[in-house]
Write a protein that binds this ligand. Structure first.
Ligand code: AMP
Length: 215
C-alpha cells in the first residue's frame, strides 16, 4: 500500500517518473493535468470550463479540481494506493485533501519533491513534444524521436502542448513559485517529504526515488 504525492515545477519530469513508479509499485498514476486535457479534447462540460485557464498557464479553480480528484479516488483501483501527479497545487487544495483523507482514516506515505533549476525547466518545456496517442514524451534536442513528429513507441503523432509555448511556460513557472512551492513547507511539517534532484538524468532520478520508496 503506497499513497504518494509528486511535487515539483512543470518540466521537472513528474510525468515521466510517475509512469515508472506506477508500473513498479502497481498503483494508478493520477494526473489532474492529463484528466483536464482529456476533457478539453473531448469538449466535455468540464473541458469547456477549464480550457482558458490551462491555455494561459493559470490554475483551474480549486473547487473543480478537488471535486475531480475526490471522484477519481473513489474508484476501485485506488483502494491499494495511488500516485498523485499535479495535485495538490495550492495550500488550500492540500488542506482540503488532508480533510478528505482523515475522514477516511487514510494518510499520505510519501511526498516526493523533484526539483530542477528554472533555466533548465524553460528549455525542457519549450522543446517538449508529446504523443497524442500514448502520451510518451520527447524533446526536440535532448530526446528526439527516430522519425521527426512520430512516436517511437506507437507511431502516434507528436504535438506540442498548448501550454508548452514560450509565452505560457514563464507564467506556469511563476504560478508554481507563487502557489505550489509553499506546499514544500506545508509537507515538511508532516515529515513525509523527500527531496530529489531532478537534474541527474532519468535513470538516476528514478533510482533515487526507489531508494526512498523501497525496492
Ligand atoms: P500539468 O499537466 O500538471 O502541467 O497541468 C496542466 C494544467 O492543468 C495546469 O497548468 C493547470 O491549468 C491545470 N491543473 C492541473 N492540475 C491542477 C491542480 N491541481 N489545480 C489547478 N489546476 C491544475
Amino acid at each position: 500500500m503506497l499513497r504518494i504525492i509528486l511535487l515539483g515545477p512543470p518540466g521537472a519530469g513528474k510525468g515521466t517518473q510517475a509512469s515508472r513508479i506506477s508500473e513498479k509499485y502497481n498503483i494508478p498514476h493520477i494526473s489532474t493535468g492529463d484528466i483536464f486535457r482529456k476533457n478539453v479534447k473531448e469538449e466535455t462540460a468540464l473541458g469547456l470550463k477549464v480550457k482558458e485557464y490551462m491555455n494561459k498557464g493559470s490554475l483551474v479553480p480549486d473547487d473543480l479540481t478537488i471535486q475531480l480528484i475526490e471522484d477519481r479516488l473513489s474508484a476501485d483501483d485506488c483502494k491499494n494506493g495511488f500516485l498523485l501527479d499535479g495535485f495538490p497545487r495550492t495550500v488550500y487544495q492540500a488542506e482540503q485533501f488532508d480533510k478528505y483523507l482523515s475522514e477516511r482514516n487514510l494518510s499520505i506515505d510519501h511526498v516526493l519533491d523533484i526539483d530542477v533549476k528554472k533555466e533548465e525547466l524553460l528549455t525542457r518545456l519549450i522543446g517538449r513534444r508529446v504523443c497524442r496517442n500514448c502520451g510518451a514524451t520527447y524533446h526536440v534536442i535532448n530526446m528526439p524521436p527516430e522519425k521527426e513528429g512520430v512516436c517511437d513507441v506507437c507511431g502516434g503523432e507528436l504535438y506540442q502542448r498548448a501550454d508548452d509555448t514560450e509565452a505560457t511556460v514563464e507564467n506556469r513557472i511563476e504560478v508554481y513559485l507563487a502557489q505550489t512551492k509553499p506546499l514544500i513547507d506545508y509537507y515538511e511539517k508532516s515529515g513525509v517529504i523527500s527531496h530529489i534532484d531532478g537534474a541527474t538524468g532519468l535513470e538516476n532520478v528514478f533510482n533515487d526515488i526507489v531508494d526512498v520508496l523501497g525496492a
